[in-house]
Design a protein around this ligand. Structure first.
Ligand code: NAD
Length: 362
């Protein structure tokens, strides 16, 4: 029997509503043979600020470091927008990623066949896509020094940032991508701009060397980022795992998520060497908070990622994804993914339907 400790951080807005449904699914996981789960709840974001005066209490960080995995809802809301930047809910999120040294961001873009018509692209282009974008999260141009805005002697102003990667930073994210590809279709496409940027020339060199040395069983290809942006729309099915820098990954993962057409369906994972955080890609949706209509499926699918990447329970991960497909097949839809002829349900009913599908799994 393995015992695992999960820290749940509902956060703000719809966070509490969607996390409640995911906790039901965690309850199902804990009832499976060979695993027991302890689920604790903590504070982050605006609700943490209201309760403690800071968006990321020390206690939350300490408990997150001890947990086997963290599940986060979402943070933010207009009532906290006037606070100083250092106290904003979003600082809580950046702070926890930094405190846990989460350098690897995984964003799957998968089309659920019952929702295929929600994609802005043609059915024949997106049918069957299953892409994992592996984005470097803790270095690159968003963190590089020197950075700033200066005034030149002639009075003009100059803004500058630094794109820098060390070989060990590149190797650790590339290793993650190769390992993940091994659990999928054994293909990695490394995206860079090696024809123009020296730092990504080094990126290409390090990724190639690692692939040759340690992952000869994984097919590695390289693509310039401008071409990758185009290929994602032209022929997304050619991709299995994409590994790329912080900024390119920021942009390409948003582009890839739009292939599926539904923000309420997409989970994510942020991994470090010792900790991991799972969360839906969407925000706290203040416009619908408290109405009981938010889509909980991205959070439920984040639990599936947790099972796969932190808890070594791929069977349960598959069962959760199957259950989500099943409720969609039954025609159940929350308002954000509503289609003609489907049956509109609220957050709780959608969560209950997933639970029912799980309980009747063979
Ligand atoms: P958002 O993702 O919260 O909402 C965008 C739109 O999508 C809204 O119309 C919302 O109703 C809808 N939506 C989002 N998730 C949904 C769901 N599960 N079910 C149904 N509809 C859903 O983005 P925003 O409006 O730009 O930001 C709102 C707040 O969230 C801001 O304070 C922002 O800073 C914060 N935010 C937090 C995160 C995070 O916690 N990871 C990410 C993005 C934005």
């Amino acid at each position: 029997m393995t015992s695992k400790n999960i820290l749940v951080l509902p956060g703000d807005g719809i966070g509490r509503e969607i996390v409640a449904e995911a906790v039901k699914v965690l309850g199902w996981v804990g009832s499976r043979p060979g695993i027991s789960l302890t689920i604790e709840e903590g504070l982050i974001g605006g609700s943490a600020y209201d309760a403690t005066g800071v968006p990321l209490p020390e206690e939350t960080v300490a408990r997150a470091k001890k947990a086997d995995a963290v599940l986060l809802g979402a943070v933010g809301g207009p009532q906290w927008d006037k606070l100083d930047f250092s106290l904003r809910p979003e600082r809580g999120l950046l702070g926890i990623r930094k405190a846990l040294d989460l350098y690897c961001n995984l964003r799957p873009a998968q089309v659920f066949s019952p929702l295929i018509d929600a994609s802005p692209l043609k059915r024949e282009v997106v049918q069957g896509i299953d892409i994992m974008v592996v984005r470097e999260l803790s270095s690159g141009i968003y963190f590089g020094e020197p950075r700033g805005v200066e005034t030149l002697p002639d009075g003009r102003r100059r803004g500058f940032n630094t794109l820098s990667y060390t070989s060990d930073e590149i190797e650790r994210i590339a290793r993650r991508a190769f390992e993940i590809a091994r659990k999928r279709n054994r293909k990695v496409c490394s995206v860079d701009k090696a024809n123009v940027l020296e730092s990504t020339g080094l990126w290409r060199e390090v990724v190639s060397e690692l692939g040759r040395r340690d992952y000869p069983d994984v097919t590695l290809s390289h693509m310039y980022v401008d071409n990758a942006a185009m290929q994602l729309l032209r022929n997304p099915r050619q991709f299995d795992c994409i590994v790329t820098t912080n900024m390119f990954g920021d942009i390409l993962s948003d582009e890839a998520s739009m292939l599926t057409g539904s923000i309420g369906m997409l989970p994510s994972a942020s991994l470090g060497d010792h900790n991991a955080l799972y969360e839906p890609i969407h925000g706290s949706a203040p416009d619908i908070a408290g109405k009981g209509i938010a889509n909980p499926l991205a959070t439920v699918l984040s639990v599936a990622m947790m099972l796969r990447y932190s808890l070594a329970r791929p069977v349960e991960a598959d069962l959760i994804e199957k259950a989500v497909n099943q409720v969609l097949d039954q025609g159940l839809r929350t308002a954000d993914i509503m289609q003609p002829g489907a049956h509109q349900v609220g957050t709780g009913t959608m969560g209950d339907a997933v639970m029912q599908a799980l309980q009747t799994e063979k």
